[in-house]
Design a protein around this ligand. Structure first.
Ligand SMILES: Nc1nc2c(ncn2[C@@H]2O[C@H](COP(=O)(O)OP(=O)(O)OP(=O)(O)O)[C@@H](O)[C@H]2O)c(=O)[nH]1
Length: 350
């Protein structure tokens, strides 16, 4: 039943500005429809009050009408206005005809949440101010009349019914707010990943690597703390693409990225620098220690079967010097890589 009531509108996908307002309209309409029906039955059978029973029955019918119209047209603004005006008009009618007695004024407190949630801060404030002005006028009249007030069962019903409506409204509103926030947070993570991760391997991309390396270098004020970068490049990778196709080439790149990830220490950075080139930033590592690690990595990769193939890699290393930027450091490592390639590949040059 609830699933049927909450219709998904393709024109309002989850990232649409009105997605949650649509939910709010459907929810409030469900609330008003059920409420007006129940109230008209209570007034008819419990209080035998035809006048209020008819008032609530018309609220029930109009709520259903707005809901049907909204389902067919999907027009958010019209539905939000129609619903707010319906609730406001009927509540005012009830409060005024009850003269503000028997805690009927309590019903007016339902107007602000509905008007603010559905119409926003401007119209929410205007409509609430109108309704509360009427309430103040009614109380003023009561004060003038100085009548003795007696409370019947109706007063109790008024307080209980309004309290339940408030809990249901705010419970739903807080639920949508939390969901909307979670949705936004998930989208932010997605966007951040798109901005800083390589799509194929999931490793940091070149831009993120530059930023991180720059950050790392800027915190090193003397050369005591060493940072060594290595650029590694798959040997004859073009042959893989040419012989087995680009898709297999992609799988090899992903497979190699996976193997490299396994070998990283915490604090090291791993990024895809370009086509078949990867960069590893070794924090707190001198060039000599870096060469040892690079040799281990080279031997390790040569032993791995990736997509049914054995590959070799060439590595170029450089250690930071005073005044280095990410660009100058990577440039020295790249030159070393070039030498490793020209000296026959499958080797480490620093
Ligand atoms: N499958 C795949 N191939 C890529 C990607 N990016 C770059 N390449 C390929 O990587 C290959 C790089 O070729 P080269 O620069 O000649 O290098 P190489 O064949 O590895 O030779 P050396 O580096 O000199 O040993 C080219 O065939 C590119 O098309 C990618 O994302 N996926």
């Amino acid at each position: 039943m609830l699933k049927f009531w909450y219709k998904e509108f393709p024109q309002y996908p989850p990232d649409h500005a009105d997605y949650w307002r649509v939910r709010l309209i459907e929810h409030t309409l469900l609330l008003t429809t059920v409420y007006f029906l129940v109230l008209s039955l209570i007034n008819l059978f419990d209080f035998q009050d035809i006048k209020y029973a008819i008032l609530d029955a018309s609220g029930f019918i109009i709520s259903l009408g707005i809901y049907a119209g909204f389902r067919i047209t999907g027009h958010v603004n019209i539905a939000a206005w129609a619903l707010t005006l319906l609730v406001t008009a009927l509540l005012l009618l009830f409060v005024v005809s009850a003269g503000g007695y028997s805690h009927s004024l309590y019903w007016a407190t339902l107007v602000p949440p509905i008007a603010f949630f559905l119409l926003g801060p401007h119209w929410g404030a205007v409509i609430s101010a109108v309704v509360f002005t009427v309430c103040v006028a009614l109380v003023y009249e009561q004060v003038q009349q100085q009548q003795e007030v007696t409370f019947g069962l109706g007063a109790l019903y008024n307080v209980v019914e309004v309290s339940i409506a408030h809990i249901l409204l705010f419970r739903f509103y807080e639920g949508t707010r939390t969901l909307a926030y979670q949705q936004l947070a998930a989208q932010n993570v997605k966007i951040q990943n798109l901005a800083e991760r390589d799509k194929l391997t999931g490793l940091y991309n070149r831009e993120k690597l530059d930023l991180k390396l720059e950050e790392m270098l800027s915190t090193i004020l003397d050369t005591e703390r060493a940072v060594t970068v290595m650029i590694l490049d798959i040997d004859h990778f073009k042959l893989v693409n040419d012989s087995y196709g680009h898709l297999v080439g992609d799988k090899v790149l992903t497979g190699l990225a996976e193997q490299l990830r396994k070998k990283m220490r915490s604090g090291d950075l791993l990024a895809r620098w370009g086509g078949e080139e990867f960069v590893v930033v070794l924090s707190n590592t001198t060039l000599d220690a870096g060469i040892l690690q690079a040799e281990r990595l080279r031997a390790f990769v040569a032993e791995q079967e990736i997509e049914g193939k054995f590959l070799t890699i060439s590595l170029g290393l450089a250690q930071n010097q005073l005044g280095d930027t990410a660009e100058t450091l990577l440039d020295r490592a790249d030159k070393a890589l070039y030498q490793a390639k020209s000296q026959g590949r499958n080797r480490v040059v620093a």
